[in-house]
Structures are given as structure tokens and as C-alpha cells.
Design a protein around this ligand. Structure first.
Ligand code: NAI
Length: 339
């Protein structure tokens, strides 16, 4: 039995977390969760901090976490707990697979993209200042070691996963130094260490047009932080939306698995959110445990869960975001029944 931290988060987080736990239990996945809080839920639980040291320490000690979304106020208020967690644990590589699912009809078939996002730098460095009352500035930060390590990570990932090509999206025509460094390091890693993986660079505005015209022409996409964030939601739209878009954040020692979506406040508490994105993130966690701890039973549980949700969707069992009528709970039950 492995232990993993579960951060339910807020908004739809608690309800999708419960649904995911139920499916994992029904699948007899060899994972026991230790529940911790972050964000608004941490304050409500009596902590004096949005990211309690206790939560960070628990992830350090258990090594893995499954995390629900945490709300960040827009234009005012506290800084993002999600960004803080990634920075504190140095979870520098975000991985977001985007694939068609059985029974989920979308505009495109055969979409199979993986977005790899640098998670610690860029405009998310949080360096924003008033220059005067009328002038504000936000600093975009790129460091060579971070650009190099994400490029290395992406090429290693592509090789291990038998992917063919990496496309780096950038705006180095305008941000010549920051994005310039990002592509320089990606190109260096390609030329020096991974010449067998096809490599290309695209300016992100032109790439956005190309990707909506035909997403099947893309394989692995490597981006700095902000572009990766935006491309993740954009690509989610190709395969059914945020309800079916999982993700993972990797560092050298820890990994936190979380859906691409946020706390979806307008549907929170209504038992209508799709738990699949978090469940798919949980299967990524099981695969990670299988590989990092050489435990085949985790890999078997992941395959079993994947087959069950594929079957449920194929049988037309869907939540509202996918055009169905099932509640969060009923969809989780439909998956469990097919395990
Ligand atoms: P969002 O992802 O919460 O919602 C965008 C749209 O997708 C909404 O229409 C929502 O109802 C729908 N949606 C999202 N997840 C869904 C699901 N599982 N099932 C069905 N529909 C779903 O993005 P938004 O509205 O921009 O952000 C809301 C809050 O979440 C903000 O405070 C934001 O900062 C935070 N956020 C947190 C993230 C995290 O914790 N990793 C990631 C993204 C946003």
C-alpha cells in the first residue's frame, strides 16, 4: 500500500475528489490517501496560511499528491496557491496529455498531443510592481538552468514515451532575451543529446492558428509557463473540454497530479462537475507509482480504471459538460460498475 497526499481544494474540488476516491477504492488501487488542505479550504480548516507548512511537508514525506483546484482571486487578493506550491516543491515540469476519448465526439479525431509546460518562471514569477500610480510592470523571468532542465526533461519524456516530435512555441521575435533563451536551450538539447526526436519552433500566434486548423499535426508541445497554461485549455477544447483534461507536475523528487481545470465556482456544490479530469490525473499518479516504485499492481489498477471509464463513456454515460445528464456521483458509480 502506497500513501499519497490528497488536497481536495475548493469549488468543485471536494466533490470531484470524493468521486475519484470512490473509483480508486472500487478498483482496489493500492493507495491510501492522507488528506491535507491548501487555499481557501486551509483557512476554513483553521490554518493561518493558504499553503500550510504541514501540507508541503506531507507532500515531501509521501512524495506524491493528488490535488483538486484552488481558487485564486482575480485582479486583487492573495497570490496563487497553485503557483506557490509548484515553486516551493520545485515542480518544474507540467505534463498535460490531450487525447480523444471513446464516445466523446468532437470536431477532431486522432488528437494525441502532450503539452509540457515550464512551471516555475516566466510571467508567473510574481514580480509585479507599481512604477507610478498610473504605471504597473510585470517582470518575465527566464534563467538558463531552468530553460535547460525543462528542455532536457521534455526530450527525455518524448524518448521514453516513444513520441516523434517536439514543437517549441515562443515569441522570441518580440521577447528576444527571455523566449530567446528558452528556444536556445531547447535547440541545444535537441542537437547535443536528442537528435533523433524531430524538433521545430513556431511563433505562438501562428502556431495557434495552425493548431486549431489541424491539431493532429502536433505531437509534443514545449512551452514556457504562460503559453503552456493557455495552450492547455485551448487543447482541452479539442477533446471534450476541461472535464476530461488531466495533468501532472513533476520535480526531481516529488510529483503532484492535478486536472487542468480550476475550481469552476459557478457549478460548485451542484454535483454536476465531471470528475474524469481528476480521475485521469489519478491514473497518471498510479502509473508514476508503478514506474518510480517498481510496483506493477499500480500500473494494473491504472489500466483497469482507464478501461472502465472508456467503457462508461462508450456506453453513453456522461456528465453535462459532455452532453450527458449524469451527476458527478452517478458518473463515478457508472465507472465503478464497469471495473
Ligand atoms: P475553470 O477551469 O474553473 O472553469 C472554466 C470553465 O470550465 C467553466 O465553465 C467551468 O464550469 C468548466 N469546468 C471546469 N472544470 C469542469 C469540470 N470538471 N466539469 C465540468 N465543467 C468544468 O476556470 P476559471 O473559471 O478560469 O477559474 C476558476 C478559478 O479556478 C479561479 O480562481 C482560478 O484561479 C482557479 N484555477 C485553479 C487552478 C488549479 O487549482 N490548478 C487551475 C485553473 C484555475
Amino acid at each position: 500500500m502506497h500513501t499519497a497526499v490528497l488536497i481536495p481544494g475548493d469549488g468543485i474540488g471536494p466533490e470531484v475528489s470524493v468521486a475519484v476516491r470512490q473509483v480508486l477504492e472500487a478498483a482496489e488501487a493500492p493507495v491510501r490517501f492522507v488528506e491535507c488542505q491548501a487555499g481557501e479550504a486551509a483557512l476554513e480548516a483553521g490554518h493561518d496560511n493558504l499553503l500550510p507548512e504541514e501540507t508541503v511537508e506531507a507532500i515531501r514525506s509521501h512524495g506524491v499528491a493528488l490535488k483538486g483546484p484552488c481558487t485564486t482571486p482575480i485582479g486583487k487578493g492573495f497570490r496563487s496557491v497553485n503557483v506557490a506550491l509548484r515553486k516551493t516543491l520545485n515542480l518544474f515540469a507540467a505534463v498535460r496529455p490531450v487525447r480523444n476519448l471513446p464516445g466523446v465526439k468532437t470536431r477532431y479525431e486522432n488528437v494525441d498531443i502532450v503539452i509540457i509546460r515550464e512551471n516555475t518562471e516566466g510571467l508567473y514569477s510574481g514580480v509585479e510592481n507599481f512604477i507610478t500610480d498610473e504605471v504597473v510592470a510585470s517582470m518575465k523571468v527566464a534563467t538558463r538552468p531552468a530553460c535547460h532542465r525543462i528542455a532536457l526533461w521534455a526530450f527525455r519524456y518524448a524518448t521514453r514515451q516513444r513520441r516523434k516530435a517536439i514543437t517549441v512555441l515562443h515569441k522570441a521575435n518580440i521577447m528576444k532575451l527571455t523566449d530567446g533563451m528558452f528556444i536556445e536551450e531547447a535547440k541545444r538539447v535537441h542537437e547535443q543529446d536528442y537528435p533523433n526526436i524531430e524538433y521545430s519552433e513556431l511563433i505562438i500566434d501562428a502556431a495557434s492558428m495552425k493548431i486549431v486548423q489541424d491539431p493532429t499535426q502536433f505531437d509534443v508541445i514545449l512551452c514556457e509557463n504562460l503559453y503552456g497554461d493557455i495552450m492547455s485549455d485551448l487543447c482541452a477544447g479539442f477533446v471534450g473540454g476541461l472535464g476530461v483534461s488531466p495533468g501532472a507536475n513533476f520535480g526531481t523528487e516529488h510529483a503532484v497530479f492535478e486536472a487542468v481545470h480550476g475550481s469552476a465556482p459557478t457549478i460548485a456544490g451542484k454535483n454536476v462537475a465531471n470528475p474524469l479530469a481528476l480521475l485521469m490525473s489519478a491514473t497518471m499518479m498510479l502509473e508514476y507509482l508503478a514506474e518510480s516504485r517498481s510496483d506493477e499492481s499500480c500500473g494494473a489498477a491504472a489500466s483497469k480504471i482507464r478501461a472502465a471509464y472508456d467503457r462508461a463513456l462508450g456506453d453513453g454515460q456522461k456528465t453535462q459538460d459532455l452532453g450527458g445528464e449524469l451527476t458527478t456521483t452517478a458518473f463515478a458509480r457508472a465507472i465503478s460498475e464497469r471495473l
